[in-house]
Design a protein around this ligand. Sequence first.
Ligand code: F6P
Length: 560
Amino acid sequence: MTAPVDATATPAWSELSSLRDSFAPDLRDWFAIDPRRAERLSFELADLHVDLSKNLVTDEILAALVRLAEQTGVAQRYAAMLAGEHINTTEDRAVLHTALRRPAGTEPALVVDGQDIDADVQSVLTAMSAFADRVRSGEWTGVTGKKVTHIVNIGIGGSDLGPVMVSAALEPYATAGIQARFVSNIDPFDLANKTKDLDPETTLFIVASKTFTTLETLTNARLARDWLWGGLQAAGAIDGSDEARTDAVAHHFVAVSTALDKVAAFGIDPVNAFGFWDWVGGRYSVDSAIGLSLMIELGPDVFRELLAGFHAVDEHVRTTPLDANVPVLMGLLNVWYSNFLGAQSHAVLPYAQQLSRFAAYLQQLTMESNGKSVRWDGSPATTDTGEVFWGEPGTNGQHAFYQLIHQGTRLIPADFIAFANPAYPLEDGGRDVHGLFLSNFLAQTKALAFGKTAAEVEAEGTTGPLVAARTFAGNKPTTSIFAPALTPAVLGQLVALYEHITFTQGVIWGVNSFDQWGVELGKQLALQIAPAIEGDEAAIAAQDASTRSLLAYYAAHRTR
Ligand code: F6P
């Protein structure tokens, strides 16, 4: 195992520390003295125009950050990942989500651990496409011969958040009369709510689980199966015989998993199962068979465009020097803010209502990946890791939490994401509403960067204590990501961008960004507490005093 480099012991870290000690950011001044700052710090990444100029960095700081990436071996680690080395050390696995989007026929073929990865990927994509086409055309029907109108993806975490986010983002591409819904929470409301207006005869369930052991997903899958059987029987479409029920499951359930034996044990015919591999992490799996719901809802061509978008960014990362490598630079900026300037969170603010689930998606990607306090060799982390990612689409966020970003005491770097063209162009009295929307994006990044001085406030006639209240300090860092439109390729580029930002930060911090042991304890305890919830005296007695008291409250208040 290659030991992680301790970033804090590198010369670049010392350089950055002294630069921080004398740091006095002044974006107004920096832009005034350098008319080319915006141009110099803007980059083209496939279809994305990425403007880093409103970040709190000088050329000197940026150069030191790039040296930090060099000295911690970011490029070497990326090459190791692409080559299929087992960089997921705690699970002894390769990390090859980038292989999911390699175009068919890429030479030389990628062979890892004796397996032709490209051939495996293409064969699953072909099977998914054929299945999606059958469902979309109506050749695949429910048990009573009706065309599928709704698909319900049952999965959680990486088996849910990616498909949910993409389905919402690419809604204008869902033109085959099939709508996808997503059930994830074991809260019974989720399944009940998402199925209450559905017709079992025209509903297809996809059970998506990498491990096929996840409590929430298997519980919801069983509930969905009962709902299907109950509904079909009530409609007189099937009788209650085992054969009829098995036939119903064969028509209305398919699965996506790396554990095809467990799929069969659930009662889903392995013929109707789509596989992936242990080298795809859950939060990196939207472009694997986990995206089957998307392929059906949006079509195989759209899915391929999405993959092409991912691949374009992978290629940028692979072939671009660190000082012009956009995801690496953005990862380095995050390190600067969190390790040197004390930022604890990072806002992602899409100016696109369709990206309403983008921040939630990024939360799993970034926080499950880099929320670690030990490094990949088991030694303690040597600096803070893993910021809190959060956000909401603009302009809604402007009327909620932007106040704190503008005038609060905390530093919150923010990424703004916007598109030149809307999905649905609308006019308000002859005025392009999308233009008005975009002027908000531009206004916010401008206000955050340059603020408003007391002199400017006074010049407007304000006096007294109100002057301070109306003053904006500015120097609030933002990155602007602008693209022509929210197409499938652009969405793939955006997701891959954040995957590689996360990777860069993980390497600098020396953590394994591809395991998630931190979710295990809660899962184990939930299983231990389940009997106590049912009133088992011994299980109740085994709990701590607080949990016992909460169980007592539950027992006193439950009405079932
Ligand atoms: O929350 C832990 C986790 O393992 C995630 O990493 C994963 O995406 C999710 O659970 C779902 O797991 P599975 O796809 O195996 O059901």
